[in-house]
Design a protein around this ligand. Structure first.
Ligand SMILES: C[S@@+](CC[C@H](N)C(=O)[O-])C[C@H]1O[C@@H](n2cnc3c(N)ncnc32)[C@H](O)[C@@H]1O
Length: 236
């Protein structure tokens, strides 16, 4: 069932336990492969999230749970990473779910997390797929729920990513995003430091809301918890 959501030309190959890829061998290494163990320890930590971002893993998980409860049919997470916040929610959903990321190491961790929740992975309900978000190997207008958590701020120009998210969203479907923003708190210094290393783009909430609108999406709900802006949008 899940393979039917992929573009007909997608060449899917096994990558590692529980993860498949559409990338050729010379494009399978990614920056986050090296960061994956530290990412889970630091970014998954409640204290780090409270002190730096003024938010919490429970909040991130709640966003994913709400997105999945509100829709029906196939769902997609782009830049899903290691599922450090979402594995429990994704393991529990009955909806078909494709989880994509550029990093096989991050997805490998995600596959193990899903398995540890007692769910068989690579079943007909979950597909963990290494792919570039700029060229998703997915059919047009397919997913009723498209999610991307903590990912948009990696892009100085989010227009190509937003165009891809829009392309794969089914008519009447919804796009759910979260993004780290400047906001005057402790996280501003961290965002600026990551930006200096070329890892993120540090911008205020208004910038991201404008980008989403310019990307052809109508924001219907939004919330700000600390530095984390979350929003739901419909196709315009
Ligand atoms: C900050 S992490 C967020 C991961 C996850 N959504 C979370 O909330 O923990 C960003 C993720 O984006 C992935 N990534 C970076 N560039 C990408 C690209 N061009 N296409 C797909 N994934 C990408 C990284 O490998 C990493 O797993």
């Amino acid at each position: 069932m899940l393979r039917a959501l992929l573009s007909p030309e997608a060449q899917v190959q096994p990558l590692r336990d529980g993860v498949v890829t559409v990338l050729p061998p010379d494009r399978r290494a990614a920056a986050y492969d090296r960061l994956a163990p530290g990412y889970d320890l630091l970014v998954g930590s409640r204290i780090y999230n409270r002190l730096v971002w003024g938010s919490s893993p429970a909040h991130y998980a709640q966003l994913a749970a709400t997105a999945l409860i509100e829709g029906h049919g196939p769902a997609l997470d782009v830049g899903a990473g290691s599922l450090v916040f979402t594995a429990e929610i994704y393991a529990a959903t009955a909806r078909p779910l494709i989880l994509t990321d550029l990093s096989g190491a991050m997805l490998g961790r995600g596959a193990r997390r899903l398995a540890s929740k007692g769910r068989a992975i690579q079943t007909r309900r979950h597909l963990l797929l290494q792919a570039d978000a700029a060229a998703l190997p997915l059919r047009d207008h397919t997913f009723d729920t498209v999610m991307s958590w903590g990912f948009l701020h990696l892009f100085h120009d989010p227009a190509p990513l937003l165009a891809e998210l829009r392309r794969v969203t089914a008519p009447g479907g919804r796009v759910h995003l979260s993004v780290l923003t400047l906001g005057g708190g402790a996280g501003d210094a961290v965002l600026r430091r990551l930006e200096a290393r070329g890892e993120v783009y540090a911008a205020a909430p208004a910038y991201w809301l404008g980008a989403v609108r310019r990307g052809g999406l109508e924001v219907t709900d939004r919330a700000q918890e600390g530095h984390l802006l979350s929003l739901s949008a419909a196709l315009r």
